[in-house]
Design a protein around this ligand. Structure first.
Ligand code: G4P
Ligand code: NA
Ligand code: NA
Length: 194
């Protein structure tokens, strides 16, 4: 997705060979115009998949997920990383280990929000080691529903997540695929779609 690649090149800050900071439009401040385009692009890429629900994880997945949900005319639910005061019974949970943060989080979704008849599109802001996406897929499976695809805003293709998630056979669409962050430079995987 060209507008996203351009935004990454103008605003992205390469913090190290593995970490890209995008807090001007995705992870802290958010750009509604770009986010709307991101939702429309996810909509296009998954419109034939029979999606009935979108699932993401708080917090940065919520904006792209709600825009995609608007486009696909379905509801969106976000997994919580912490137990909520009012949400306690009837939870589906999964453990997600973050290699970046070296901590394990239990993520949860109320079971009433994902039904066995659902075909769920999973959306997230970053795909790095794939643990968040795999955890969300685990929740969908525990709900007895199907995963209709995984949509990612920025995939770091030099890390393992893309391979791990695609190996499950699910359709993965990443709007920007970064091949390398070496030398302070963002290089995209060369494809016709970006
Ligand atoms: P994984 O799910 O792919 O295994 O990712 P990992 O544990 O490595 O990532 C932990 C957190 O760091 C996630 O956000 C993820 O989106 C984010 N992250 C990973 N790599 C990058 C990167 O290069 N740049 C930025 N900006 N973020 C990265 P989170 O803790 O869930 O936070 P949030 O959703 O509240 O923003
Ligand atoms: Na994030
Ligand atoms: Na995220």
């Amino acid at each position: 997705m060209k507008a996203l690649q351009e935004k990454i090149l103008t605003d992205g800050i390469v913090l190290s060979d593995t970490v890209l900071k995008v807090d001007t439009f995705l992870n802290h401040q958010m750009d509604p115009v770009l986010m709307k385009e991101i939702g429309e692009e996810f909509g296009k890429r998954f419109e034939k998949e029979g999606i009935t629900k979108i699932l993401t994880i708080e917090s940065s997945g919520i904006a792209p997920a709600i825009m995609a949900a608007l486009k696909l005319n379905v509801e969106m639910v976000f997994a919580r990383k912490r137990k909520s005061l009012t949400l306690q019974d009837g939870l589906i949970t999964s453990k997600v280990y973050s290699f970046t943060k070296k901590e394990e989080n239990e993520i949860s979704v109320a079971e009433k929000f994902i039904l066995p008849i659902d075909r769920v599109l999973i959306i997230d802001d970053f795909l790095a080691n794939g643990q968040a996406a795999l955890g969300l897929m685990d929740i969908v499976k525990k709900a007895g529903a199907d995963v209709g695809g995984v949509g990612i805003v920025i995939e770091k293709a030099f890390q393992d997540g893309g391979r791990l998630v695609r190996e499950t056979g699910v359709k993965v669409e990443s709007l920007a695929r970064i091949e390398s962050l070496k030398g302070g430079q963002v290089t995209f995987v060369p494809t016709k779609q970006g």
